[in-house]
Design a protein. Structure first.
Length: 356
């Protein structure tokens, strides 16, 4: 009798497990990354860097530790992406005043999504910008140092957006956000409008994105930005990428004056070559124009030409990046070790990036 009861219980238990397994289980994913680097500036100072995240000289530095949790069930999902370190602090500079502190912690992304239909997804929260080619996580870039366009374009947006699959190769996004790089706004109720149109045909290794952003910031300065990203993978071992952006500003408080209007723009080409599964390189050439002194320069402004050669050696999830970079400015933007001004600066860098 005991044997019969035991067998019956096991049978019912097996049946219950089989019935439960036919339902869709929640999707859960945990991922993360970490990066460290050493940089030496050939001018002998730590003030020559005018882009994000590598503000150092002759020093071993900690970049950022990231932990990302994703969970989805039925039509709903959530993403929580936390960053620890200098890189995270500089990325969320409005939320972390002491961003130079190596112990800075920031919420890089936190958003909730709902799959309204098979073709429409709604998302609310804070997420990385749709503008530009490069990304904040080091393992997602082949160059370790960042471009001028990434550094002075938007980092992230907080608001609501709708992603629409128009066809198998055409996608669109439209959203309403807080002013750029702000997770909370208390000064005024100004909002930004963002949009993206993407084209990725299945028959051609081409991806095209047209990005747009406009709105008033907390100082009531009107901003319009148009951005283009294109990639083409000629072969498995050779591909190119392009990013071009144009941004304008209108200060209503100075209406009619010369300084009321300002603009900056940039253009960058990325050449990616992978000689083996473990070894490759990327050459980035960038032109950044800031003649109105909006971002890098003071008036009357100027422009910068920057070339970056980065080697990528991969061993599993680890990537070693030796890098050489040369920046040339139209005016004296950089400094020598003795403090005298100069138009050029060069850096050598060695980074280690790991992700899982």
């Amino acid at each position: 009798m005991l044997f019969t009861l035991f067998a019956t219980g096991n049978l019912l238990s097996a049946f219950a497990q089989t019935a439960t397994d036919t339902t869709t289980a929640p999707a859960f994913k945990l991922s993360g990354s970490a990066d460290v680097y050493y940089k030496y500036n050939l001018n002998g100072n730590n003030t020559d860097n005018k882009t994000s995240f590598t503000n150092s000289h002759n020093s071993f530095e900690l970049g950022m530790v990231s932990l990302k949790v994703e969970h989805g069930f039925k039509k709903g999902s959530i993403v929580a992406d936390l960053g620890f370190g200098k890189r995270a602090g500089e990325f969320s500079y409005n939320d972390v005043p002491g961003s130079t502190n190596g112990l800075a912690m920031a919420i890089k992304q936190l958003f909730v999504s709902y799959q309204l239909t098979d073709k429409i997804k709604l998302t609310m929260g804070s997420y990385a910008t749709h503008v530009g080619y490069e990304l904040v996580d080091a393992y997602l870039n082949r160059n370790y140092s960042m471009s001028y366009m990434f550094s002075y374009g938007p980092f992230f947006h907080t608001g609501v957006k709708a992603d629409v699959a128009l066809s198998s190769s055409l996608s669109a996004m439209v959203g309403v956000f807080n002013p750029t790089d702000l997770k909370s706004v208390s000064l005024n109720g100004h909002k930004y409008i963002g949009a993206q149109l993407g084209f990725a045909p299945e028959s051609v290794p081409l991806k095209l994105y047209l990005n747009y952003l406009e709105g008033k910031d907390t100082s009531s300065i009107q901003n319009h930005q148009i951005d283009v990203v294109a990639t083409y993978q000629f072969t498995k071992k050779f591909g190119v990428g392009y990013n071009g952006t144009y941004s304008t500003y209108l200060n209503a408080k100075l209406k009619g004056e010369t300084d009321a209007n300002a603009k900056w723009w940039g253009s960058a080409l990325y050449v990616n070559a992978d000689f083996t599964d473990k070894f490759g390189l990327t050459l980035r050439g960038e032109y950044f124009s800031d003649k109105d002194g909006v971002k890098v320069f003071t008036r009357p402004g100027g422009n910068v030409v920057a070339g970056t050669l980065s080697f990528n050696y991969k061993s599993g999830n680890l990537t070693i990046i030796p890098e050489f970079r040369l920046d040339k400015s139209s005016v004296d933007l950089f400094s020598k070790q003795d403090g005298s001004a100069t138009t050029t600066t060069a850096n050598v860098l060695l980074a280690a990036v790991y992700h899982f």
